[in-house]
Design a protein around this ligand. Structure first.
Ligand SMILES: C=C(OP(=O)(O)O)C(=O)O
Ligand SMILES: [Mg+2]
Length: 398
């Protein structure tokens, strides 16, 4: 039986060295699941609330844990997540914190899988899932909120669209990361790494595009398949309420739309996340109508994994893809619902990590469980490779 008998919460470290919430869920017949909450830096205005960790843990212990222990089955994910919502009582997890909620939600799913003796992706997605794997989007050059002194565009992503397997794709992204390092050092550019392990060199975005084009082509030729380029512009961080402020330029909304549309054409971009401010549905719709046939226009801060915001986007034709971050919305059920609504409406779901991460691998399973076409979880670094290696394990064990 998967009746939850105990929920334990503790404070652990994330990859930035900040405290975060870890949850352990135990069930009546000995099932066990452990999960921890990630944390964003370039967070969307409409995300569920991440409370200070001590507060999140204390409030969840008081309000949520007594409603879960002895009351609900870990295998019944919708009921677990419904109880988390009821215990919280707000619509943004403002009482127990989305950090406590998501850790408990994911730990319960793992306890349910443990009792069933099934891999997590199979428990979440059903027995017919496990034969479709996501293409990993690998962050190899970046800046923005993830590294001071780096590029204006937050993430330049390696996208190994032609890779014959997840394993090849994961190794390709790591190779592109290495190729970028070699090119930067040939040019005498010293680069630190940002929060997600991407190089954060003090170069102009235009130079980053050139290095990306060369590095993806070199590695693609070596590995024998096509590697394209994607971006997370994280444009809300550039928008000052009037214009998009770049180091050497300022762009109006119309200019930003033209700039991104030109980049899509010039660099054959296959993926562009948050090209416009998180409140600009109209701008997203205009850009999507211009280049949506050629590329994915993905809403991260725009949609914040929230089905209400996604419905608004669908109505207006804003974007054709959604980033799915479970901690933006607080439970796996809500994340699943966002994926389903997206797929029903032809929007590509992209399962994603946060810039602050832990060794937790739930998102790798979520991507396989939902047959999501893409996962964004970095290219190198232990908390990133935890997910990438889990994908390889899932692929090679079936
Ligand atoms: C992963 C991202 O960064 P953060 O976690 O800082 O929001 C992102 O913006 O897509
Ligand atoms: Mg983003």
């Amino acid at each position: 039986m998967t009746l939850i008998t105990e929920v334990r919460l503790r404070k652990v470290l994330d990859s930035r060295g900040n405290p975060t919430v870890e949850a352990d869920v135990s069930t009546e017949s000995g099932g066990f699941g452990r999960a921890s909450a990630p944390s964003g830096a370039s967070t969307g205005e409409y995300e569920a609330i991440e409370l200070p960790v001590d507060e999140a843990i204390a409030n969840a212990r008081e309000l949520a844990v007594p409603r879960l222990e002895g009351q609900v089955y870990a295998g019944d994910q919708r009921s677990v997540d419904q109880l988390l919502h009821e215990a919280d009582g707000t619509d943004d997890f403002g009482e127990i914190g989305a950090n406590s909620a998501v850790a408990i939600s994911m730990a319960a799913a793992k306890a349910g899988a443990d009792m069933l003796g099934a891999p997590l992706y199979q428990h979440l997605g059903g027995t017919f899932r496990g034969s479709t794997y996501p293409t990993p989007l690998g962050n190899v050059i970046g800046g923005g909120e993830h590294a001071s002194g780096g590029t204006d565009i937050q993430e330049f992503l390696s996208v190994p669209v032609g890779a014959p397997s997840v394993s090849d794709a994961v190794h390709a992204n790591a190779a592109v990361h290495g190729e970028v390092r070699d090119r930067l050092s040939e040019q005498g550019v010293a680069a630190e790494k940002g929060d997600e392990g991407a190089w954060a060199p003090p170069i102009a975005d235009s130079e980053a595009f050139e290095i990306m084009a060369e590095a993806t082509e070199t590695v693609g030729d070596e590995m024998g398949f096509t590697i394209e380029i994607g971006l997370d512009v994280a444009a809300s961080e550039l928008f000052d309420g009037d214009q998009y402020q770049y180091a050497d330029d300022a762009r109006t909304t119309d200019e930003q739309i033209d700039y991104v549309a030109d980049l899509v054409k010039e660099y054959d971009l296959v993926y562009v996340e948050d090209p416009l401010d998180e409140n600009d549905y109209a701008g997203f719709a205009e850009l999507t109508s211009k280049v949506g046939e050629q590329t994915l226009i993905c809403g991260d801060d725009l949609f914040v994994t929230n089905t209400d915001r996604l419905e608004d986007g669908i109505e207006r034709g804003a974007a054709n893809s959604i980033l799915v971050k479970p901690n933006q919305i607080g439970t796996l059920t809500d994340a699943f619902d966002a994926v389903e609504l997206a797929v029903e409406n032809g929007y590509a779901p992209v399962i994603s990590h946060r810039s602050g991460e832990t060794e937790d691998t739930t998102i790798a399973h979520l991507a396989v469980a939902t047959a999501a076409p893409y996962i964004k979880t970095g290219a190198v670094g232990g908390e990133r490779t935890a997910k990438l290696n889990e994908l390889i394990r899932i692929e090679t064990n079936v």
